[in-house]
Design a protein around this ligand. Structure first.
Ligand SMILES: [Zn+2]
Length: 432
């Protein structure tokens, strides 16, 4: 163990939202502490007088802000809409986590695949099972991935879930036990995140109690909001029947005090201006999952509109509503969705998203949402060495003629067959 040096073109996100290209760059880090020591431009020249260039591309590891570990074996299958998909396809997969050796195998496959795709931090749902979630943490520790993991909290079944659900108090106790054991463990790589699935599977009491214990312990909370029209109507009528008179589903989270600066709201496709204001005031973050939104026919999230409301937006794969653990795939669908939002909006008031913007969002942007902006998300001295090394395929070199940031990112985002991710480091340790 000692000093390690990687060389190549560096794509480096900056705090101001820009991405810098360091041609002929190097990153030096300490394999023992896992910290980046130096980042810069190589000065030596070759005989022709031009800079010697390593063809590698170095980027900070991706942060995937939303995914479901037990769902990975169901990827790319059965594209029903959300509610029938959950009932017919996903819930039967998730209950298999009562088998701990199956949970162990699935978690191992999930984390290793995520790392192969260049993801060094995942924010993930486990299943409703406390023991399986414990096993998932064990595997994450052994592999050494950076992760926020939570036991799924559900205390009502909507006649959809094929297994008996734990009571509200059991959901809270199991989550607290896991948080106590795992939060901030493995040198701070592992964090616990409170995980009430969505309002359809949680009583108001569970939402309220979750908000109170999570906020007391200063934990992050993850849940789903306004993913699909049928789901929105279903949840609204469910809470109305229980005499919780709320104008919108966001008000259910407002009323239960679940909104807050450490709350991650996945999807958020259909939000009124009032709901956007509630989210903004609370400091909650939106997690855009465009691949899943298309696969499950949920719709198209208007990213720019939410940005104009000054809401922080991150990106997630949402495996297995999204079929790929690749954040490059998510970046492509983020840009393409912004084009579709324009196509279906006659006034076209929103400029499409650009490659540098979405790349920044999936690295330093997502890291900032997790309050890890000073630790990961870019390659700067003092930060943890979460680094992805990408090798362009030589036979496609004619694709890589231009050396602009946009051109390099366009190749990475749209032409995955023209390069290979060749190694991945997390906190200075080689994981792939
Ligand atoms: Zn999800």
């Amino acid at each position: 163990m000692g000093k390690k040096r990687l060389e190549g073109k560096i794509l480096n996100p900056n705090v101001d939202g820009s991405v810098e290209l360091i041609d002929n760059g190097f990153v030096e880090f300490d394999e023992t502490t896992g910290k980046i020591l130096d980042v810069g431009r190589k000065m030596q020249k070759n005989v022709e007088g031009s800079f010697i260039s390593s063809e590698n591309i170095l980027i900070p590891g991706f942060v995937d802000l939303h995914s479901h570990i037990p769902q990975l074996p169901g990827a790319a299958k059965n594209a029903d809409e959300l509610l029938p998909w959950l009932k017919n396809h996903i819930f039967p997969l998730e209950i298999k986590f009562s088998d701990l050796s199956y949970a162990e195998k699935t978690a191992r496959f999930f984390f290793n695949e995520a790392i192969k795709f260049g993801t060094t931090t995942v924010v993930a749902y486990s299943s409703i099972h406390k023991e399986a979630t414990d096993v998932v943490f064990e595997v994450a520790k052994e592999i050494g991935i950076r992760a926020f993991i939570g036991k799924v909290m559900m205390d009502r079944d909507m006649k959809r879930y094929p297994e008996e659900l734990p009571l509200m108090s059991r959901n809270i106790k199991d989550s607290l036990d896991l948080a106590k054991k795992w939060h901030n463990s493995n040198n701070g790589l592992l964090q616990y995140i409170f995980t009430p699935r969505f309002a359809a599977s949680c009583t108001m009491r569970l939402l309220e109690k979750t908000a109170s214990v999570a906020k007391e312990g200063e934990f992050f909370i993850q849940t789903h909001l306004a993913e699909n029209q049928s789901e929105i109507h279903f949840i609204k009528s469910l809470f109305e029947r229980e005499r919780h008179r709320v104008p919108t589903n966001t008000h259910i989270f407002k009323k239960s005090n679940l909104l807050g600066e450490k709350t991650l709201l996945a999807h958020c496709l259909y939000l009124s201006t009032t709901e956007l204001q509630l989210i903004k005031e609370s400091g909650s973050k939106i997690v855009h999952c465009p691949t899943s939104n298309i696969f499950l026919q949920s719709g198209f999230m208007p990213f720019r509109r939410y940005q104009y409301h000054e809401i922080q937006i991150g990106l997630g794969t949402d495996v297995a509503g999204g079929y790929s653990l690749s954040m490059f795939n998510t970046l492509r669908d983020t840009i393409e969705t912004s084009k579709i939002v324009n196509l279906i909006n006659d006034n076209k008031p929103y400029p499409c998203l650009r490659p540098e913007e979405v790349f920044w969002t999936a690295t330093l942007g997502n890291a900032t949402i997790l309050n890890l902006g000073s630790k990961i998300g870019s390659l700067h001295p003092g930060k943890d060495a979460d680094i992805v090394v990408i090798k362009p395929e030589p036979s496609f070199s004619f694709y890589n003629s231009s050396n602009s940031i946009v051109n390099i990112l366009e190749n990475l985002i749209y032409l995955p067959h023209t390069y290979k991710i060749s190694s991945v480091y997390i906190a200075g340790k080689k994981k792939f």
